[in-house]
Ligand binder design. Sequence first.
Ligand code: ADP
Ligand code: ZN
Length: 601
Amino acid sequence: MNTDADPRPLHLLRTVFGHPAFRGAQEDIVTHVAGGGDALVLMPTGGGKSLCYQLPALLREGTALVVSPLIALMQDQVAALKQLGVRAAFLNSTMDGRAVNACERALRNGELDLLYVAPERLMMPRMLDCLAESNIALFAIDEAHCVSQWGHDFRPEYLQLSVLHEQFPAVPRIALTATADPQTREEIIRRLALDDARVFISSFDRPNIRYTIVDKQDARNQLLRFIREEHAGEAGIVYCLSRKKVDETAAWLVSHGVRALPYHAGMDAESRADHQNRFQREEGVVVVATIAFGMGIDKPDVRFVAHLDLPKSIEGYYQETGRAGRDGVPADAWMTYGLGDVVQQRRMIDHSEGSEEYRRVLVVKLDALLGLCETAGCRRVRLLDYFGEPSTPCGNCDTCLEPPQTWDATEAARKALSCMYRTGQRFGAVHLIDVLRGRATERTAQWGHEQLNVFGIGAGLDEPAWRNVFRQLVALGYAEPDHDAFGALKLTDASRPVLKGEQSVEMRHLQPRKGKAARTRSAALSGLSAAEGGLLDQLKAWRLEQARQQAVPAYVILHDRTLAEIAALRPGDMNALGMVSGIGAKKLERYGAALLELVRT
Ligand code: ADP
Ligand code: ZN
């Protein structure tokens, strides 16, 4: 580190935000922007982007304008900043004329450190006039990928933000996003006229997220077991593909004692907002959702993200799982995945509209994701590699923790493929498995399949094992769903060498139904003894009460990690408490006495 560095950023980081040290590139970014430079910041969700403009806002003269697309987020961010003693406010369409006037006056009078605004609001002539009469420290453009017309978060209002540069050329701008791919990056630079901005790209690794992909057997019960054993009473998100499945899964979880709420685009706006709000504010709510539940979630203590259906790409998977564990505390990304998922996604691509070229892109993206699902190597290495980042096995994913056994499946693959061939490539896995296992059914009789020489040649493997084989055959490209016949599997060009015995096939074994003793619950707050756990529960109860009284989400008062640290360290006085990460001067002053009292008793 440069010893000549300005000491003020670190001082503010410690005293205002209560963090002992900068993370990653934060310090460089803060220094650069505070010094008047433009910046484009690419950091994974949870990486700590907010500080990159909040600190320069405090370091520079005047008010920092923060453009953010989501009103609910804005309100929570402002509440959190006020807790730290920062002069923050927001301006959006939910406010009445008087509140707007007061806010504009405060801006003109230089009484604000930060002002959050929705993009459409910012672009109003009245607002631009007001800015011209005020002292503006910087513009921060959050969720900058919203300028991209090709992404799913596109906001037309974002396209107009280049006006800021034209009207206020001397004011530094910082654009931030968690979207990693080079095309989006380029589009942001072009559309926001950020050609001279310094680009800061952080590692996209999220080391506190544990990736697990399990064989789909009985998805709902697997999910329920996962929630009960690892995340009872904790907040999480469950992603499903269809609205119907969202509704059914949420209702089913509720009937099994989980505080689950559905969320999808087919619901009316009011219930959607209500469910999102409850997720954000209450503790331990599980939202079951389609991907419509997305960008608006800024909850740091989501302890798990579960997928009951396969996403379409690694980008999608990474963005969705990235909503877990933004607070840096251990969290889970968990998915069940089976033959049906592969078939379904392949068929959706087959039947999707768009050019041949477009469909090919979809296939490549899906294949990359299937590669992640089927890998016997480290999941994280695969993920990061996809984003162009080299890494070494992580020790915090299912394949690192329990390396899957692989087996020589050449013989089984040949039997399965010849069974498909002999039965005319017109049947799905269920029937094929009956034939292989020699199980006589109405259908095997009806089609004369009991007379085929493949009937019963696979009696040595049980049904789940065969399903596993068929899934991998499709995932590896040795078989594919028929475009026209629903559920039917057919051969591909890659099948022939396997059938002819010219190529061997390696497959993953079916995972044992239950791994080693389930990780003790609340890995999130691991390492706490029973006594510490008791204190933690009390701290949480106290926090909930505070949050209720002040009508803010619990994490705005103090983060899980801060509570866990207090429970573990049991600070005896204000000085010791002040050392805890997440406790700055203002929070010490406000809550110190109450916290010490809780620790003492
Ligand atoms: P992002 O916007 O990149 O998703 P946030 O700005 O919300 O991330 O930060 C994520 C979490 O990390 C927050 O809980 C924040 O308090 C915490 N954080 C940020 N910077 C630091 C730091 N230097 N030290 C400790 N915690 C930090
Ligand atoms: Zn790993």
